[in-house]
Design a protein around this ligand. Sequence first.
Ligand code: 5GP
Length: 180
Amino acid sequence: MKNDIKEVLFSEQDINKRIKELGMQISKDYEGKFPLLVCILRGAFMFLADLVRKIDIPMSVDFMAISSYGGKTDSTGQVKILKDLDTSIKNRHVLIVEDIVDTGLTMDAVTRLLSTRKPASLRIASLLDKEERRLLPIKVDYYGFKVPNEFVVGYGLDYEERYRNLPFIGILKEKIYRKE
Ligand code: 5GP
């Protein structure tokens, strides 16, 4: 698996350190607000699991599974809900937990949908922010790391369902996804 990685961008230690900082910031910002963290499956499962352990205020979690139609390494912004939330978000302080914001099309669709349910507030925490690819002005309120315009995998992020279990984040060699 590691042979398929061109370059490691963030090590396990880098990620742990950064998530600890994010957890502290989120704990401070949401003190007394009992936030609901909404994990976008599947890519954000590892980020959520580590992040919540660094948050030291009362909070709850829920999960949403979406699929975006599109190419193998690009999204189209057309989002299909595969699993909706079990919790009502009306009047809740909702923090979406995402793996990566790229063009912003996915987060635009998700935030528009969740806004209709009248949360008290709605913000985005994304482990990675690929800002230079943005097509829509999505604001990432909490981000772990900015990434260059490369296809990255590991720490929850996949390519065709593989590489999610890598403990670090790295750039996938192009020959893996440009096989055809
Ligand atoms: P957007 O709609 O912002 O263009 O894309 C968001 C989704 O595309 C992410 O949730 C993720 O599933 C996928 N994505 C975008 N860039 C990458 C990347 O570099 N690596 C992986 N594994 N997925 C990506």
